[in-house]
Design a protein around this ligand. Structure first.
Ligand code: FAD
Ligand code: PHB
Length: 401
C-alpha cells in the first residue's frame, strides 16, 4: 500500500540525473529558476557508472563558467592531440595547431556527475534518487505533470515545462503520441568492450587504432588508471573476454614498433556498449523538451555523446531564462532546430570516425578496407583533412555548431 498522493509544483520538472538533467538544474538555478530532478537509480549508482571521458573545449569552458569546473581543472588531463595508429605506424593530430589553440580535457563522466550532484545539494536544490513508476502527463497543455512514487508515497509534480533528460531507455520520449516524432536510426554490426584497468597509461594522448582484427582505443582516466575499448561482436558477452584475452588483443591491435603496452595491473571493470546512431525530430513535443541521450545517440568513436547533452541543456537553459524573464517564447520555439544543427554535425562526425576505423564484417572484397586506408592516408597527408578531424573533435563554439 502506498501513502496518499502528495501534490507539488515547480517551474521545470527534470526527469533523469545524468549529465543533462543535473547540468540543466544547475544552469537554471544560476538563472533563478526552480526545478526538481527525479532519478530512477541511487546516488551511488549514478556516481559510479563508467561512461564517457572526453570533454570538448566548449564543455570545459561552460562547466568552468557555471562554477562546477574547479576539480575538473585540477584533476582533468588536458590533451593537445590524439594519435591515429594503423599498419604499425602512428600519426599525430595536433589540435591547437589545427584549431587556433583549442584542446580537450580527459575527465570521467562520473566525475562530472559527482561535481554536479555536490553543487545541487550545496545549493539546496531538489534532487530525488530512487524514484519509481515515473510517468509524464498533459504534455500538450501548459501545465504538464510528472507522477512518481518515492519512499512509499505517490507524488504528482505540476510544472511549466518538463525536461526529458532520462537517456535512451527513459520514459519521456516513448510518452510522446505516435506519429509526432520522426526517428532516424542506424545500427552498426559491432559493439565496444570497455575496460578500466589499474595500470599507468602507456601513452600521453589517446590512441585510435585501426587493425584487421578490429578497432582498439587506448584512453585513460588518471596517471594510474587506463581506459581501453576493443571492437567486439554486437551480441558479445563479457564472459567471453577473460583478462588474458583482453591484454593479448590490445597488444596485437595497438602494436607499433618501439612502443610497448603496460599490462601490469588488474582489470577492474568490463562492459559492452552497443553502437548506434539515433535522432528524433523534433526534440520537443508541447511542454516536453528532450535533451541528451533521450533525443539522440552517437557511436562513441567521436567522443560526442556527453558533449551533445551539455550543448542541448545550454540551449534549453538560455531559452527558459529568456522566457521567464521576458515572456518571449522564441528561444523555446527554436530549441529543437538550434540543437539539431549541432546534433547532426556530431552524428556525421561520429559515423565518419566509426566507418574509418572499424572492421566491417562481410567486406569480402576489401572495398571498405581500401576506402578506410584511402581516408586515413588523406587525413595524414592533407592539412585540410586533418583540420576537419581536429575541429570536430575539439568541438565548435556554441553559436557556431
Ligand atoms: P544519461 O547519462 O543516460 O542519463 C539519464 C539518466 O536518466 C540516468 O541517470 C538514468 O538512470 C535516468 N533515468 C532513466 N529512466 C528514468 C526514469 N524513467 N525516471 C527517472 N530517471 C530515469 N559517450 C562517449 O562519448 N564515450 C563513451 O565511452 C561512452 N560510453 C557509454 C557507455 C554506455 C553504456 C552508455 C549508455 C553511453 C555511453 N556514452 C559514451 C554516451 C554518454 O555517456 C552519454 O551520451 C551521456 O551519458 C548522455 O547524458 P544524458 O544525461 O543525456 O543521459
Ligand atoms: C573514454 O575515455 O571513455 C573515451 C575516449 C574517447 C572516445 C570514447 C571514449 O572516443
Amino acid at each position: 500500500m502506498t501513502a496518499l498522493s502528495a501534490e507539488h509544483r515547480t517551474q521545470v520538472g527534470i526527469v533523469g540525473a545524468g549529465p543533462a538533467g543535473l547540468l540543466l538544474a544547475h544552469l537554471l538555478h544560476g538563472h533563478g529558476i526552480e526545478s526538481v530532478v527525479l532519478e530512477l537509480r541511487s546516488r551511488e549508482y549514478v556516481e559510479q557508472r563508467v561512461r564517457a571521458g572526453v570533454l570538448e573545449h566548449g564543455t570545459v569552458q561552460l562547466l568552468s563558467e557555471a562554477g562546477v569546473g574547479e576539480r575538473m581543472r585540477r584533476e582533468g588531463l588536458v590533451h593537445h592531440g590524439i594519435e591515429l595508429r594503423f599498419d604499425g605506424r602512428g600519426h599525430r593530430i595536433d589540435f591547437p595547431a589545427l584549431t587556433g589553440g583549442r584542446s580537450i580535457t580527459v575527465y570521467g563522466q562520473q566525475e562530472v556527475v559527482k561535481d554536479l550532484i555536490r553543487a545541487r545539494l550545496d545549493a539546496g536544490g531538489a534532487l530525488h534518487f530512487e524514484v519509481q513508476d515515473v510517468s509524464v502527463h498533459d504534455l500538450d497543455s501548459d501545465r504538464p505533470a510528472i507522477r512518481y512514487s518515492h519512499d512509499g508515497a505517490d507524488h504528482e509534480l505540476r510544472c511549466d515545462v518538463i525536461a526529458g533528460c532520462d537517456g535512451f531507455h527513459g520514459v519521456c520520449r516513448p510518452s510522446v503520441p505516435d506519429g509526432a516524432l520522426e526517428t532516424h536510426e542506424r545500427e552498426y554490426p559491432f559493439a565496444w568492450l570497455g575496460i578500466l584497468a589499474e595500470v599507468a597509461p602507456s601513452t600521453e594522448e589517446l590512441i585510435y587504432a585501426r587493425h584487421e582484427r578490429g578497432f582498439a582505443l587506448h584512453s585513460m582516466r588518471t596517471p594510474e588508471l587506463s581506459r581501453f575499448y576493443l571492437q567486439c561482436e554486437p551480441d558479445d558477452d563479457v564472459d567471453n573476454w577473460p583478462d588474458e584475452r583482453i591484454w593479448d588483443e590490445l597488444r596485437i591491435r595497438l602494436e607499433r614498433e618501439g612502443w610497448e603496452l603496460n599490462a601490469d595491473g588488474p582489470i577492474i571493470e568490463k562492459g559492452i556498449t552497443p553502437m548506434r546512431s539515433y535522432v528524433v525530430e523534433p526534440m520537443q513535443y508541447g511542454s516536453l523538451f528532450l535533451a541528451g541521450d533521450a533525443a539522440h545517440i552517437v557511436p562513441p568513436t567521436g567522443a560526442k555523446g556527453l558533449n551533445l547533452a551539455v550543448g542541448d541543456v545550454k540551449v534549453l537553459a538560455d531559452a527558459l531564462s529568456r522566457w521567464y524573464a521576458t515572456g518571449d517564447r522564441a528561444g523555446l520555439d527554436a530549441y529543437s532546430d538550434s540543437c539539431l544543427r549541432r546534433v547532426w554535425r556530431a552524428e556525421h562526425f561520429s559515423w565518419w570516425m566509426t566507418s574509418m576505423l572499424h572492421r566491417f564484417p562481410h567486406d569480402d572484397e576489401g572495398f571498405e578496407e581500401r576506402l578506410q586506408r584511402a581516408q586515413l592516408d588523406y587525413v595524414c597527408r592533407s592539412r585540410a583533412a586533418a583540420t576537419t578531424l581536429a575541429e570536430n573533435y575539439v568541438g565548435f563554439a556554441w553559436d557556431d555548431g
